[in-house]
Design a protein around this ligand. Structure first.
Ligand code: SF4
Ligand code: SF4
Length: 218
């Protein structure tokens, strides 16, 4: 029987086969006091097992992936959920590993996905509060699968800060001035999302200005 690190490496390969553009793993315990958990004063996770983080590119040429509907989320997230469910089934059937798809929303039992993606080494947090992924920039959405395995702890990637030398196109593009001190204001961004929802449109194309203005990964 392969050991946990071998199964984890196989799971990353399987995630790509199933359609994920990027994937990585992080021990669940590293999310307990991740930066968002500290900022929100809310534990970021249980402390047991491993999260397998799945990412799907959301190319601006396919804006339909990101159209949000009440009660259904977005088509891109449904693709990620399907990949996650297939990965859960494969882990259980081929290796007898307990696993489950993590809900998207925190209030449903979700995790801080951007922290998870950063800690998994998939990318690094940009000034626009999005994970900048090599080859894709911030145009990636995430989901996670929890698996009852021990994940080897890898050091977070080091190197030049991803925004070094950039003229902050993201901050300049924001219609809500959501970076008033250079730091992201969740309240201001949420106000824009709430206003979009209040239009009553069936399918909503939420603001992506800070994402689409970013040259990273282009
Ligand atoms: S999504 Fe839009 S409103 Fe929110 S921070 Fe980015 S640019 Fe500003
Ligand atoms: S636009 Fe520039 S400053 Fe903003 S996230 Fe992208 S690289 Fe960083």
């Amino acid at each position: 029987m392969p050991d946990d690190p071998e199964i984890i490496r196989a799971a990353i390969r399987k995630a790509h086969e199933l359609g994920a553009d990027v994937a990585g793993t992080v021990p669940a315990k590293r999310l307990v006091d991740c930066p968002s958990a500290i900022a929100e004063k809310r534990p970021g996770s249980q402390d047991r097992g491993t999260y397998i983080v799945l990412g799907l590119s959301h190319d601006p040429e396919h804006p339909e992936l990101d159209l949000w509907e009440a009660g259904r989320g977005t088509p891109g997230d449904r693709i990620l959920a399907r990949i996650g469910k297939d990965l859960v089934r494969w882990l259980q059937e081929d290796y007898g590993v307990r696993a489950r798809l993590i809900p998207y929303r925190l209030e449903d039992g979700g995790i801080y996905l951007k922290d998870a993606a950063s800690l998994a080494g998939i990318g690094r947090m940009g000034r626009n509060n999005l994970v900048l992924v090599p080859g894709y920039g911030p145009r990636v959405r995430f989901r996670a699968v929890w698996a009852d395995m021990d994940c080897p702890e890898e050091p977070s990637p080091e190197g030049e800060a991803p925004c070094a030398g950039c003229e902050e196109y993201c901050i300049r593009a924001c219609p809500m001035d959501a970076f008033p001190t250079g730091k992201f204001s969740r309240e201001r961004c949420l106000a824009r999302m709430d206003a979009d929802k209040a239009t009553g449109r069936e399918r909503i194309d939420h603001c992506r200005a800070c994402e689409l203005a970013c040259p990273a990964g282009g």
